[in-house]
Structure formats: C-alpha cells, structure tokens
Write a protein that binds this ligand. Sequence first.
Ligand code: ATP
Length: 360
Amino acid sequence: MTALTVSQVTKSFGATTALAGVDLQVPDGTVTAVLGPSGCGKTTLLRLVAGFGDPDGGTIDFGGERVFGPGRSLPAQRRRVGYVPQEGALFPHADVTANIGFGLPRADRRAGRRAAELLDLVGLDASLAHRFPHQLSGGQQQRVALARALAPRPSLVLLDEPFSSLDAALRLSTARAVVEALRINRTTALLVTHDQNEALSLADQAAVMSAGRIVQAGPPQEIYRAPASPVVAAFVGAAVFVPAVVTGRTASCDLGELAVRTGSVEGAARLLVRPEQIRVDGAADGGGAAAEEDARDGGQAGVAALVTAVSYFGHDATVQLRLDGSGRTVTARVPGNRLPEPGARVRVAVDGPVTAFTAA
Ligand code: ATP
C-alpha cells in the first residue's frame, strides 16, 4: 500500500523555482532516501509534506487522505507527521523525558512510561532520561529528537539530514539505529541526505532529485546498477564515463569490447563503467599469466595500461590508469590487499555488463 503520494507538486519563491513538478510514491512502512545536490529542493519538499507552507500546485495524499490539493490544505498539526530537522530540534532547558513528552498526550506525559519505551526504541540507555541536551553527544541528541517525533505515533516521519552534523563513525551507527527504530515501529519515513552511502545502505527506496524534480526513484541497487541518466549515475556512486560505439549488445571503446546492459542505445554512446567493474591484473605487456587465464576462461584479455597513481583506503583502493593507445585515464577500485605499484604495467579488463547512454 502506498502511504504517501506526491503528485505534480510545484513551489516557487519569487523568481526561484524550488519544485518544478515533483512526483513521488512512498510505500507503507518503508524508508525512502531523498538524494540530490544542494539547492535541488529536498528541504522544500519535506516542509510542504509536513504542512509548513503550501505548494503552488499539485496534490499530496497520505494514509488515504488528501492533505493538500485544490481547495484543501490540512494544517500541519493534523497531518500526523513527525519532523526531525538537521539539528537543534530539542528544547535546551528541558530534560530528555520532558523533551520526548512534548509530543505526548498529557496523561502519557505524566506517566513517563512511554518516554522510557521510546528511549529504548531508539537505542538509548534509561540512565539518560534526566539529562539536558547539552549533556548529550550529538548522536544521542538526534536519537532523542527522533524519539520525540515518534512519540505521538505519526503515520509519517520526515528526517531532514538528521545526521549531517555528526562525525563519520557516529553518523553511520546513529543512522543505522534510527532506521532500525523506524522499521521496528513500521513507520513510513522520508530521509533527506547528502550522503550516498547512507542512502544506498539504509533505505528501501532511493529518490534522486535534480532541479526541483525527482529524476529517478527505485530500490537503491537498481538506481546504482541501472541509473536512468548520466546525472543520476554521477550522483549515486563514482562513475567512469567512456565514449563508445554500440552495436547490438556490444560496445566498442578504449577499454575494449564490452557487454552492454539491455537498452535502446545504438551507435555513438557514452558508457557508464563503475570503478569496481574495472579489473586490474598485475601482468606486464604481451599477455602474462592473467591474460592467459582470461583467454582460457574465454573472458576479455583487456587492454594494456600504466598505473599512474594509487590511493589506499584500507579495505579498498583507487588506482589511476593510463590506457595504452588512447592515453585515456580511468580510475579503478580494487581490494586493498591486491595493490599494483605506481609505474607498473598492467592489463585492464571490465567485468560487464555496462550501461550505455546516448552520446550527448
Ligand atoms: P540543501 O541540500 O542545500 O539543504 P535543498 O535541496 O534542501 O538544499 P531547498 O532548501 O529545498 O534545497 O531549496 C531549493 C531552492 O529554493 C533553492 O534555490 C533555495 O535557495 C530556494 N529557497 C528555499 N527556501 C526559500 C525561501 N524561503 N525563500 C526563497 N528561496 C528559497
């Protein structure tokens, strides 16, 4: 069942078009990550769904109810939406229990029991119940903010970059705990993030926005593997683009003859190769063990290249390669325990298939 349907929603601020016709469907009980470059309209979309301001046009429905449309605008407090902003959501002079209590009916607030349940749900220790916000870490504060947003049992929770102020390690653990809490509660959520890793690893659905529109929405794996356009490809994960000529299911390019994912592109094309698809074999020119192995497997022997730089990240590394012949530079991502040396001569092959776009 679809919990939230946003249809053709537009919004301008003076001469600035923030939303140019947004269409989005969010299935019940799932987490959708909204991704996109700064200024593409993510916060505006969340605020309009929450009821903080009206769109210029379009409709918003959730829970089977029209909350915005021609002649109708349900006030924010009647939308059953919880909103968690980037930071500063907590009242500084109220302790954790009181902060969570702001979202609760009076009787529950006095009992304090629901506050304790919510602390537990967001993975915080009960001993924090009487601390003030300044006595909590950034990650703990964000969890309390989520607990407060969940307190009135909203149908929908909107999270606007709630983890962006946290450092890398805390960010992922907090994000995981928060999404886990949303899942346990079966709460439908929209999560705005700048962080592609966060979006790919946590969400059930990713929606990529560009210039006030959703340009692609779907399971994170699908968006990563089969992006609808070069813009989406470049925004979700690292991308290597290579010019090519496509004939049927084969593309001919500087990286050799590559298998192409099904598509309608024929002739001049722009190929998307993900860096982890580029395999670097530590064999010198003229074949070597890897090329012989490839030939035996019936795989691609690849093209010869020079390693120009290696950046090591622990679990993996990026390797810059200058291809013989064309002189084109491409970047491969390889396991951290199989590193070629800068200056080494190697052979480069691509594990297909790759995605082809019509040449610009
Ligand atoms: P970021 O990732 O940087 O937070 P965003 O994708 O959330 O950006 P929005 O904050 O929704 O983008 O802004 C979309 C566009 O609308 C931007 O050009 C912004 O300058 C403009 N905008 C947003 N709110 C207002 C406002 N209240 N008045 C005027 N312009 C606004």
